[in-house]
Design a protein around this ligand. Structure first.
Ligand code: ADP
Ligand code: ZN
Ligand code: ZN
Length: 732
């Protein structure tokens, strides 16, 4: 292993600290053959940190003061040159510190300095022997029998201890006495089994399939813009089949796997191949194992959330990004990358096709189709020939409501239940009631730490803040005016659950929100109750809004559709439109036409016509026009500079001074708005201020980003508050 060549014995390493430059260290004696991409342990400011070698050199500016590294953690590169290249590009684009970027994209297991030998499983095999066990060694015999049942494949340690409790000592004995031998290897992925077959594509689907299929060996970007149930997934499945035939890997990105176990099930049922999932719900060992299985080309289909893009693929053939509009593809802390956008870069680097799909495609993707960067494909009808849902706009003005429900809504729910169908009541707010108010002076209980009102949770009979999770006790007297006329206002999922149970006692209901699914297995259990038809009434927050497929669901009631109409973010109306279309799409998916009922105080608002009267494409274009008028993203590029501090003035001033320091030549290319308080000005005792940078799409912001990063890394006040540079931010 040792490298006698003394020329390149200076290592340039990226250390996970908020500094721009790499650091030079001298190497230890046993230098791996290819040190670039290996993890090393280095001394740094009296600490030991795990860093990554990104170059070697024969000289260093700091030659006389160089410290040696402590040791190499890998003897061959952990990061491939491809991944180093991609992550460097992403790091510069999203303006972050390379050492921290590499640290973040590394699975947690490796971040702790562990290596793959710790992922290996012990496999036991029987030894051919004429020896016999003593007659009384019952348990030894039992263990030996189990191992003998698998003469060729052996049996894993985990499998054994599941079958026979506490047999570790016995295994040791058997091995010492040569009855068995053992071997270590990475766990084998069980191949999925085919239980479902490809559907004959309808003409609309066929055209799209043919178009994509004719050029599978080159970089192309496709947007499939298709309403819910139009057969997008069926197209993905048939294309994946082609890629698997070429022995290549497929990456499928989805917003949240935990919410849609059905989707993974659907992919598994169509292929006999090695499928793994990659998401934050898995423990570190399982994730690291999946990472390695992908690197070794043992995993063929990788279904994952945003961080799955950082896998190292051996032979990637295609990427699919389902629900491409979803904002969860944007990382919201530290290294603020966008997984959909980076997927396009990955596809380009690998010269392979990428397919983006959604019923409510993003403006960014529409615009890319318009400029011919992406290929546009439209699916207008539902694949099962079901008509799109009938939509009723139900005006609440001047009506006497029963706990938030119009009486016509309650009647409608009843009709659907009588026909033995399921009904979904959608409310995007958990808890019982969103406000605890004094009816005398109007005082509303707000969180002590945030600029948010507190939500009443009946189950715990306390108020909870949905931003920082703080709890507060209920007082029966107003803290401000002393009145006893005090109570809850508004609706949350918990309250609707109560109302529904009182109103329809004969029908079983199920509530799906973060409160009722906090424990492992609860969501699966609830989804199961829905799919089996056990529960007739579904009460859900956005957890039920997308991706699910409930065949017996015929009515969707949207309780507080107006919420997004007057949002503080310029994207509010777009997000609200996506949400409503996604929920509405849950209704009537199996042959029968469904119904959607929208309760609103704004029945005359043109939004309803736009949402349901024309295509989503037309709706988005009306929004794009407004963004164009105001030069807002995605017409322009945006960078959001955030500052958070316990001291509001300090955060505000910091951004003001930052703004004044931007060099003249850089200032000329950009438009600066703010600093101004963020829409949620205070969260968890931190005051938040934003500075918005806007710039023409054709102008490169590379030198501006570089300048910002230098400013932050070298400014002494930057160390006294929390700041971030959010390139292509998805919210304020
Ligand atoms: P999407 O992904 O656009 O929501 P899906 O691919 O899930 O749509 O299709 C919706 C339903 O229609 C599914 O039950 C699917 O099996 C069925 N389906 C899709 N394509 C076809 C087809 N060509 N023939 C018959 N059924 C189809
Ligand atoms: Zn009061
Ligand atoms: Zn709070």
């Amino acid at each position: 292993l040792s490298n006698k060549n003394n020329n390149n014995r200076i290592l340039k390493v990226a250390i996970p600290v908020a500094l721009i430059d790499c650091f030079d260290y001298s190497a230890v004696d046993n230098l791996p053959k290819n040190p670039i991409g290996c993890r090393v342990l280095v001394p740094f400011n009296n600490r030991q940190l795990i860093a990554v070698v990104i170059a070697t050199s024969s000289t260093s500016k700091y030659k006389d003061t160089l410290k040696p590294i402590i040791k190499f953690l890998d003897d061959s590169p952990f990061f491939s040159s491809d991944l180093l290249k991609l992550s460097k590009w992403a790091n510069d684009y999203y303006a972050y510190f390379y050492g921290m970027t590499l640290n973040q994209i590394m699975p947690g297991f490796y971040r702790q300095g562990k290596d793959e030998s710790q992922l290996w499983q012990t496999i036991y095999y029987v030894n051919k022997t004429t020896k016999t066990l003593p007659a009384k060694a019952h348990k030894m015999q039992q263990v030996l029998n189990l191992i003998s049942q698998n003469p060729t494949t052996g049996i894993s340690h985990n499998n054994l201890i599941q079958n026979i409790k506490s047999c570790t000592a016995i295994l040791k004995k058997l091995k010492e006495q040569n009855f068995i031998k053992s071997d270590a290897c990475l766990p084998v992925i069980q191949k999925s089994k085919i239980t479902d077959f490809a559907k004959k594509l309808n003409p609309e689907q066929q055209v799209i399939y043919d178009n994509i299929q004719q050029d599978l060996n080159n970089f192309t970007v496709h947007l499939i813009d298709g309403i819910t149930g139009s057969g997008k997934t069926e197209i993905y499945l048939q294309l994946i089949d082609k890629i698997l035939q070429q022995q290549k890997q497929v990456l499928i990105l989805v917003p949240e796997i935990g919410l849609t176990p059905q989707l993974v099930q659907r992919f598994s049922s169509r292929f006999a191949t090695e499928i793994i999932t990659m998401h934050s719900g898995l423990n570190q060992t399982i994730r690291a194992t999946g990472y390695l299985q992908t690197k070794q080309n043992k995993a063929k289909i990788i279904i994952g959330t945003r961080s799955a893009i950082w896998c190292q693929f051996k032979n990637l053939g295609m990427i699919i990004v389902d629900e491409e509009h979803d904002s969860s593809f944007k990382q919201q802390s530290k290294f603020l990358y966008h997984a959909r956008d980076l997927s396009v870069v990955i596809a380009k680097n690998n010269n392979i096709p990428i397919i983006l799909g959604s019923a409510t495609s993003s403006m960014e993707s529409y615009l890319n189709c318009q400029s011919k960067k992406y290929n546009y494909h439209l699916l207008k009808t539902r694949a099962t020939k079901t008509l799109p849902p009938r939509v009723t706009i139900s005006a609440l003005n001047n009506l006497k409501l029963y706990e938030g429900f119009a009486s016509s809504t309650l009647t409608k729910i009843c009709e659907h239940l009588r026909q033995n169908n399921q009904v979904l009541i959608y409310i995007n707010r958990r808890g019982f009631a969103p406000k605890y108010m004094c009816f005398e002076c109007g005082e509303i209980k707000t969180c002590r730490h945030c600029s948010a009102t507190m939500t009443y949770h009946k189950a715990i009979n306390r108020l909870r803040c949905h931003f920082c999770n703080a709890l507060a006790d209920i007082k029966d007297i107003c803290e401000k005016c002393g009145s006893h006329n005090i109570g809850v206002v508004g609706l949350g999922s918990e309250k609707i659950d109560n109302v529904i149970n009182d109103s329809y006692p004969a029908y079983k209901s199920v509530r799906v929100d973060r409160d009722t699914t906090a424990n492992k297995g609860q969501l699966e259990q609830k989804l199961n109750q829905i799919t089996t038809g056990d529960c007739k009434i579904l009460i859900g927050t956005q957890m039920l809004a997308k991706g699910h497929h409930f065949p017996k669901l015929s009515l969707v009631v949207i309780m507080d559709a107006d919420r997004g109409l007057f949002g503080t973010d310029f994207r509010s109306i777009e997000h609200m439109s996506q949400e409503i279309i996604q929920v509405a799409g849950r209704s009537g998916r199996e042959g029968k036409q469904g119904e959607v009922l929208i309760q609103t105080m704004q029945p005359k608002n043109q939004i309803w016509d736009q949402l349901f009267g024309s295509s989503y494409f037309d709706l988005i274009y009306s929004y794009i026009k407004i963004r164009t008028q105001h030069s807002l993203p995605p017409i322009t590029s945006q960078i959001l500079i955030r500052a958070k501090s316990k001291n509001a003035k300090f955060a505000d001033n910091f951004l003001e001074i930052f703004k004044n320091n931007i060099p003249h030549d850089l200032k000329q290319q950009i438009r600066i708005l703010g600093p101004a308080p963020a829409p949620m000005e205070k969260i968890a005792n931190l005051y938040r201020f934003n500075l918005v940078i806007l710039c023409h799409k054709n102008i490169s912001l590379a030198s501006f980003k570089k300048w910002v990063l230098h400013y932050m890394a070298n400014n002494k006040y930057a160390k006294k508050l929390s700041w971030s540079i959010d390139v292509d931010a998805v919210n304020s």
